[in-house]
Write a protein that binds this ligand. Structure first.
Ligand SMILES: *[C@@H]1O[C@H](CO)[C@@H](O)[C@H](O)[C@H]1NC(C)=O
Ligand SMILES: *[C@@H]1O[C@H](CO)[C@@H](O)[C@H](O)[C@H]1NC(C)=O
Ligand SMILES: [Zn+2]
Length: 564
């Protein structure tokens, strides 16, 4: 029998019982109700079948998604949706079968853990009707998001309202220094994205919470946090933010002073918050695009090695070969032959493709690919190494059961890849690979470099932290006043305000795709902390001496062993 606890009194009792079970079995959590089957042989048999079927399903879905992402036709889109629908059905069925076991009482830790993953990673507790509904709500919101087109500032006669997020809106927000144009673009984007999906989002919150409660959680926010397997996760991230806050404040006040010099006190209040449209990014999450306005030593050459790459005749293929050589220099495996045969390294000109760089695991232990519309420039060179770190991670856990083939926690994959990026993007490494021919010991070069890193990493911290704080709050307290709740958090953590007043008819959180797309965000905050910890450990293993930003783990077998 499958039964579900909804009553909170039962939940309290369950929590107490859970604690007892935990002591006896060493289980981290026993909140989920389960069936009665405690036959280990049957559980093992079920998991074996699940493993091969889930891998096969994942291969089919990945293949269909790949086909669509690299060739965006209606036919390929339909095929992808068909496969995803099959997978959703399979997930629901697997959940039902997993629920017939009393997993807390099975005498095998691996079996318990896999069943727990199956049961908790799912909205399958919903009725078929609601399960379909939330799935459709999310895809409708994603559709709205990807179809928004906005108008440019109308200082010309002609007015074509056909600006897309990528590349048009992003380009204006990073390159324009006209605050009227920035405010206009910001407003257009926020006004056109949020309101059309507000009702859908409110319904989504309701159903997501229902699913979470049926799984024994208080709300969907608690369910999101559960993936970290840390009972005081919220406190841990709050403490981490508190320790970063003084550094963020210094960056903030420094940047505010520089922007004040440029835009004047009518646009920026000398003692006030920062208007979010002036920081070189639509969401004010990465300020590196205004490095030209804030660099401490603007007369010193930038670290951008793009010109040198062009001079040396780099190609996208050569960039991938260079990345592979980085990993083999650490003693890690080269990319498999299928990687070289099937990856997409360039943007094709005979069809429409989805250009966001990504690394793919086709779940068959053979097929691993990267999709990237590579251009010969420094950002893409770093991205190539970053994506290939994901492939290294895939290769290293290939022999694990399907349910374990993922990051050690939701922030880990990105943390590992970002740690590699820290080794690639620094003066010492770029010098070693013959791309940066300046003196790497120059004080001014190093300070400019550290400022650039601060604009990327330190500026990102409060943003990465608050996105899910907002979501946790909405899941817990409901959707009333959700736009003012959003701006309260933006002000409190980032010190950022909108360029023009907002109301509850707006829905500004939706301007960030992860909100309509139902993708958790706290993992990026966790990854930001992990990347420096992982980098620092690898540097220690490599015997690095001196400040961390000059560490490059290239050719260190010790660092490679530790990473593996
Ligand atoms: C793109 O997909 C269509 C099917 O919609 C197919 O006919 C075509 O051959 C594909 N193009 C490439 C280059 O794969
Ligand atoms: C375009 O210009 C007209 C008049 O010049 C003005 O009324 C209108 O608000 C402007 N629209 C935008 C989007 O700036
Ligand atoms: Zn990544």
């Amino acid at each position: 029998m499958i039964c579900v606890w909804i009553d909170t009194r039962v939940l309290v009792a369950a929590a107490v019982l859970g604690l007892l079970v935990e002591r006896v079995l060493g289980i981290t959590d026993a909140r989920l109700v389960q069936g009665t089957n405690v036959n280990l042989g049957e559980a093992l048999q079920f998991l074996r079948e699940y493993d091969s079927e889930a891998s096969r399903m994942c291969f089919r879905v990945s293949s269909a998604r790949w086909a669509y992402s690299t060739n965006m036709t209606d036919h390929n889109k339909r095929r992808m949706i068909e496969e995803q629908t099959l997978q959703a059905k399979f997930d629901k069925l697997s959940w039902k079968r997993a629920m017939t076991f009393d997993w807390t009482r099975l005498p095998d830790q691996m079996v318990r853990r896999q069943l727990k993953f199956l049961i908790t990673n799912s909205r399958a507790s919903l009725s078929d009707e609601k399960y379909n509904e939330i799935y459709h709500l999310i895809s409708e919101m994603k559709d709205i998001y990807s179809h928004v087109r906005i108008c440019p500032l109308n200082n010309h006669e002609t007015l074509f309202c056909d600006l897309e997020l990528d590349p048009d809106v992003l380009r204006i927000m990073s390159n324009s220094r006209n605050h009227m144009e920035l405010a206009h673009t910001w407003k257009e984007w926020h006004d056109k994205v949020g309101p059309p999906m507000k009702n859908k989002f409110m319904r989504y919150v309701q159903i997501a919470n229902q699913a979470a409660r049926m799984n024994g959680f208080l709300d969907a926010g608690e369910e999101m946090r559960y993936a970290y397997e840390e009972s005081d996760f919220e406190n841990q991230v709050a403490e981490a933010w508190k320790s970063l806050q003084p550094l963020y404040r210094e960056l903030f006040t420094y940047v505010r002073r520089k922007l004040l010099q440029l835009y004047g006190p009518n646009v920026i209040r000398p003692e006030g918050p920062l208007p979010g449209h002036l920081l070189g990014n639509l969401w004010a999450q990465d300020w590196s695009k205004i490095i030209d306005l804030v660099a401490p030593y603007p007369e010193y050459t930038s670290m951008d090695v793009t010109d040198e790459m062009l001079r040396q005749g780099f190609t996208p293929l050569r960039m991938f070969q260079m990345a592979e050589e980085f990993y083999t220099s650490l003693g890690l495996q080269p990319m498999p032959p299928e990687f070289w045969r099937f990856s997409m390294f360039d943007k094709p000109n005979d069809r429409k493709v989805q250009c966001t760089a990504s690394a793919w695991d086709f779940c068959n232990k053979i097929d691993y690919r990267i999709k990237q519309c590579t251009e010969v420039n420094m950002d893409d060179l770093i991205s190539t190494h970053h994506e290939m770190a994901h492939i290294q991670y895939y290769l290293h856990y290939a022999e694990q059961p399907y349910l374990y083939r993922d990051g050690a926690n939701p922030g880990f994959h990105e943390g590992v890849s970002n740690a590699i990026s820290l080794s690639i993007f620094n003066p010492v490494h770029l010098h070693r690979v013959g791309l940066f021919n300046q003196n790497t010991d120059s004080y001014e070069t190093n300070i400019n470099f550290l400022m650039l890193m601060a604009l990327r990493k330190v500026a990102f911290a409060p943003f990465a932290y608050l996105i899910d704080l907002w979501r946790y709050e909405i899941f817990q307290n409901g959707v009333q006043n959700m736009n003012s709740a959003w701006w309260e958090l933006r002000l409190r953590y980032q010190g950022v305000i909108p360029p023009i007043p907002r109301t509850e008819s707006h829905f500004d959180a939706a301007a960030k795709r992860h909100i309509p797309a139902d993708i958790p965000y706290m993992k990026y905050f966790v990854a930001l902390l992990l990347e420096f910890q992982i980098h620092s450990s690898m540097c220690f293993a490599a015997g690095h001496e001196g400040p961390l930003h000059t560490c490059d783990i290239y050719r260190s077998r010790e660092a490679g062993r530790l990473l593996a």
